[in-house]
Write a protein that binds this ligand. Structure first.
Ligand SMILES: C[S@@+](CC[C@H](N)C(=O)[O-])C[C@H]1O[C@@H](n2cnc3c(N)ncnc32)[C@H](O)[C@@H]1O
Length: 219
């Protein structure tokens, strides 16, 4: 497997991370980054603000800021451990990372990322969050969602099992609720369009282990 210059740049940002976190960060950059980047690249704005909800260690927030340093990029995550590593990584990129959502004025956003995070939110929480995001986006602003593709497939069952195990082992720390709330593509479309978004693209993707879905919508 060839590691790109972009992946190496990201790996370098985390060289001072705690050893236990570093393994998870590097695995994300090496095994999942390219799959997401190839779709995300089409939606990085030329100017304005980007919000990365559930940013984890901030890999995609940092990536976007490196791609376009003119952007204001803010990353939020519920996990203190992950945000602390994100903050450490941002010394060079100047992304703002926080674990207190309320502090941020989320106005005139051009792009919001929800990468592998909505599965942790209850149905009602997803709706509330997506409404809040809708109100904070500029007209024409984009939500870029990546989630697990819920289906009857063996890969989905395996992914769910692995995710349950991670929650049991507290891989995401103590702040993440120990439950999973996957949605089918049509359930996603229903929620998103009811709020007022227009769907731009839906891309189901069969990663060699993890089945994913990308949903891109516009205000
Ligand atoms: C699979 S990781 C993805 C992280 C990042 N988006 C990425 O793609 O690298 C899921 C993240 O969602 C965060 N998370 C879970 N529940 C959350 C919530 N209710 N609010 C914000 N973040 C949450 C976890 O702490 C974790 O960092």
């Amino acid at each position: 497997m060839k590691i790109s210059d972009e992946q190496l740049t990201l790996i370098n940002l985390y060289k001072n991370a705690k050893f236990s976190e570093k393994l998870k960060i590097y695995a994300r950059i090496i095994f999942n980054f390219n799959q997401i980047k190839k779709h995300l690249d089409n939606y990085i704005p030329e100017s304005g603000s980007v919000f990365d909800y559930g940013c984890g260690y901030g890999i995609f927030s940092n990536y976007i800021k490196i791609k376009n340093p003119k952007l204001k990029v803010v990353g939020f995550d519920i996990s203190t451990t992950r945000i602390n590593e994100a903050k450490r990584s941002s010394e060079k990129t100047d992304v703002e990372f926080t674990n207190t959502f309320e502090d941020f004025e989320l106005d005139n956003l051009k792009l919001v990322l929800l990468i592998d995070v909505l599965l942790f939110l209850k149905h009602i929480e997803k709706i509330e969050l997506l409404k809040k995001i809708y109100n904070s986006l500029e007209t024409g602003g984009i939500i870029f969602i990546k989630d697990t593709l819920k289906s009857e497939s063996f890969r989905f069952k395996y992914t769910k099992f692995e995710e349950k195990l991670k929650l049991k082992l507290k891989v995401y720390g103590n702040d993440v609720k120990p439950e999973l709330n996957y949605m089918t593509p049509s359930e996603f479309v229903e929620i998103i369009t009811t709020i007022g978004f227009e769907i731009i693209d839906i891309i189901p993707e069969n990663h060699f282990v993890y089945p994913g879905i990308f949903i891109i919508a516009q205000k």
